[in-house]
Design a protein around this ligand. Structure first.
Ligand code: GLA
Length: 735
């Protein structure tokens, strides 16, 4: 891995990818190349002209009509100097809004500097190299610091930007992207992950067209509706072949991710904080740091892109503490009891779960204040003695005595109007004082821009964690932000970002003081499933929708960008509480195995036969848990394209694999014999699959035989049939 500087050309390469940019003749930064590695010892300045064939209406120099910012590909474009596409930065100062950032200096660093107050990927000095480019606005002296990191082993560039007010007057930043790149070809499809509550991160694909196509959130959270991720896929790219560029924003608040295709078919991709509701003020000497954005290049289709994201997040985002630790099989009481429980019921629940092989008992909502429904008590993080007369510490110790770890649900960012905290501090709720406020799930949002609020919640959570010797926290967040206003802020345009900084501050303090507590993030299911929270919480509750058929889509979509060991996936009771669909216990587990496994049901309602099945499921999951954590996840068949889904995980030494295959509904008179073509195995290894042995090349070229399907005439020997079929195979290399 190296960053090569040749005259004023910067070439970041690691043998897999190259990222090349240079200083243009007007001093701004021009983009030259991002893709498969190029030879290091070349001058690629001609790439500027190769992709800039047409003189445009506005040009910078009288004697050079070809030099037009309207068409030149750039690194961090500004508005007002002849480029009519959307800029990366907009700022104003004493009515002036034109900027012209020109190269001033650069510095090359080993490793990757941390971003103060913001979660970001990290790397040891031998694992990455960073170039910091300092640009200066010729009009004001304001500086822009652009940071580019290349990792030694991943096909990834990480970027961020920082603006430093080196001028003598106040500055207002109205738009600041973390990443901007002009790709030369727009003959691509845009892939993104969209949905809503209970159907998060469905895969959507559409063709790029001239104009802007964007996904975004202005809800105060990264949202159920759009994940801060997009990919551009060559028209001929597939899951396993062809070029794909993946982009992701390491941030949990309002975001904009867009592609603007210009009139010559250049695609400008930008990711950053959404400019709506954003305006940051900088007095002379002050600086604003953008969050990080990462970009991946894959020459091996969507799977190649996903595996790179998985590797990046596993190696450089999830904390050292949790990247290799095994995540416990958990049981959560929410769907089993909702708010209706007492100590006796919980202890009984936990003991039964222990007998099944569960390792962690999680007490969900309703253990604090006087919370018997969702109208009350958020903020009062003190045990409800009516429900738990002996206290939360006593419950925790009994659960631990029963041989389980103990976890609790919190919703730290919220306040109920019916709470002691609200009676004491109504001004701590977000909103314009004395004005109407909008409710969401009967609750209001705490003002996390106020450090005293964060301190208070930290103290309350700390007391509970210490008293219970807590092992796990489910950190929920169940509504979006309205009436964004804090009396403590001089500039309300800073509210949304300062709110998220407050959330990160609380996460940082809790995870530093209690590194052994496992955090699982949650936001009404998967409403804030983003890479920034993975930095603190190595797993996330993927969706409140636990229906196995729906989960195929949710988990398949989530795997586009996130390692499957971060995807909270549980077996719940039927009929399913979100869809009223009844699926077999086998299907529910076969889907949930591909994530951090657990249960969301009352074990005492299982028949003795079902209890035996659950014991076997847990034993099975534990046997391949290291594979779920460390293996390469490969998507084989998409639930968005048909009735069948398939995926697999292969260990890095190719000696082990698990394969999941699913058929959602039955088809009349189907082909009875069917095979599934696998990927990623060793051609010459012989694999034991149940009682058969196959070579890797057979399994990949001819396929793995699936059980015989019922077709009306073969009842005597059919092995599967009907709706909701599934099968998980375990493959072990014999040599
Ligand atoms: C949210 C979560 C659920 C559960 C409830 C509790 O909806 O996503 O898993 O914790 O809150 O109120």
């Amino acid at each position: 891995m190296s960053i090569l500087v040749n005259q004023q050309q910067f070439h970041l390469t690691n043998g897999r990818i190259s990222y090349v940019f240079h200083v243009l003749k007007n001093g701004q930064l021009g983009h030259l190349y991002f893709g498969k590695a190029l030879r290091p010892d070349r001058d690629y300045t001609h790439f500027e002209k190769d992709h800039n064939p047409t003189p445009a209406s506005c040009h910078t120099y009288e004697d050079d009509p070809a030099f037009s910012l309207e068409t030149i590909r750039q690194e961090y474009p500004v508005y007002g100097k002849g480029d009519f596409r959307e800029p990366a930065i907009l700022m104003s100062q004493e009515q002036k809004s034109v900027a012209n950032f020109v190269y001033k200096s650069h510095d090359i660093l080993e490793g990757k500097p941390a971003l103060s107050g913001l979660p970001a990927t990290y790397a040891a000095s031998s694992e990455a190299e960073t170039v910091l480019i300092v640009l200066e606005d010729v009009y004001s002296g304001v500086e822009l610091h652009l940071s580019y990191t290349i990792f030694a082993n991943e096909a990834v560039i990480a970027r961020n930007a920082r603006v430093v007010n080196k001028s003598t007057t106040a500055l207002s930043v109205e738009r600041m992207m973390s990443l901007s790149i002009d790709l030369p070809e727009a003959e691509m499809d845009l892939l993104h992950l969209s949905g809503t509550w209970s159907r998060e991160r469905h895969v959507k694909t559409r063709a790029l067209e001239q104009g802007i196509q964007s996904i975004s959130s202005i809800r105060g959270a990264s949202s159920h509706h759009h994940n801060p991720f997009l990919a551009l896929k060559a028209k001929d790219a597939t899951e396993h072949t062809g070029e794909v560029f993946g982009f992701q924003f390491v941030y949990s608040g309002n975001f904009l991710a867009q592609t603007e295709v210009d009139h010559y078919g250049v695609a400008r991709v930008q990711l950053g904080i959404h400019p709506i509701g954003f305006e940051w003020n900088l007095a002379p000497g002050e600086a604003f740091q953008s969050p990080e954005a990462v970009m991946v290049y894959s020459g091996e289709g969507l799977n190649g892109m996903s595996q790179t994201f998985h590797q990046l997040y596993r190696n450089h985002l999830i904390s050292e503490q949790w990247k290799t630790a095994e995540r416990p099989v958990l049981i959560n009481n929410w769907e089993a009891t909702y708010f209706d429980f007492n100590e006796e019921k919980l202890i009984h629940f936990a003991k039964e779960a222990k007998d099944l092989g569960v390792e962690l008992f999680v007490l969900d909502d309703g253990w604090f204040g006087k919370r018997n429904d969702d109208r009350t008590s958020l903020g009062d993080w003190f045990v409800d003695r009516e429900k738990l007369p002996e206290g939360i510490a006593s419950l925790a110790s009994k659960v631990k005595q029963a041989g389980l770890k103990f976890g609790l649900w919190f919703e730290p960012e919220m306040i109920s109007v019916d709470s002691d905290l609200y009676s004491e501090h109504p001004e701590w709720a977000v909103g314009v004082p004395e004005e109407h406020y909008t409710l969401g799930r009967n609750q209001r949002v705490l003002d996390y821009t106020n450090p005293i609020v964060v301190d208070t919640i930290f103290e309350r959570m700390r007391a509970i964690i210490q008293a219970t010797d807590l092992d796990y926290i489910k950190w929920d967040m169940n509504r979006n932000i309205t009436e964004a206003y804090s009396a403590g802020l001089d500039h309300q345009g800073e509210f949304f970002h300062r709110y998220i900084l407050g959330v990160y501050d609380l996460y940082e303090r809790l995870t530093s003081e209690f590194p052994n507590v496992l955090f699982e993030s949650c936001a009404g299911g998967g409403g804030r499933f983003d890479p920034a929270l993975l930095y603190y919480a190595p797993q996330a509750w993927a969706s409140d929708d636990t229906d196995a058929v729906e989960r195929l889509k949710i988990q398949y979509g989530t795997s586009m960008a996130y390692p499957i060991y971060s995807i909270g996936s549980h077996v719940s009771a039927v009929p399913n509480h979100q869809t009223l669909r009844s699926t077999p216990l086998s299907l529910r587990a076969d889907v949930a195995y591909f994530g951090t496994f657990g249960y969301e049901l009352d074990p005492s309602r299982l028949s003795s036969e079902e209890q035996e099945i659950v014991k076997e499921q847990i034993r099975r999951y534990k046997s391949f848990r290291p594979l779920v954590r460390d293996g390469s996840f490969i998507r084989l068949q998409s639930p968005f394209e048909g009735n069948e889904t398939a995926w697999m995980i292969v260990s890095s030494d190719q000696k082990e694999a698990i394969v999941g295959w699913y058929k959602a509904s039955s088809t009349p008179n189907p082909r009875t014999n069917q095979v599934l073509k696998l990927k990623g195995l060793h051609h010459d290894s012989a694999y034991q699959v149940e009682s058969s042995t196959y070579y890797g090349d057979e399994l990949m070229q001819n396929g793995l035989p699936l059980p015989i399907e019922f077709n009306g005439a073969n009842q005597a020997f059919a092995e599967r049939g009907g709706d909701f079929q599934s099968k998980v195979f375990y493959l072990k290399a014999l040599y």
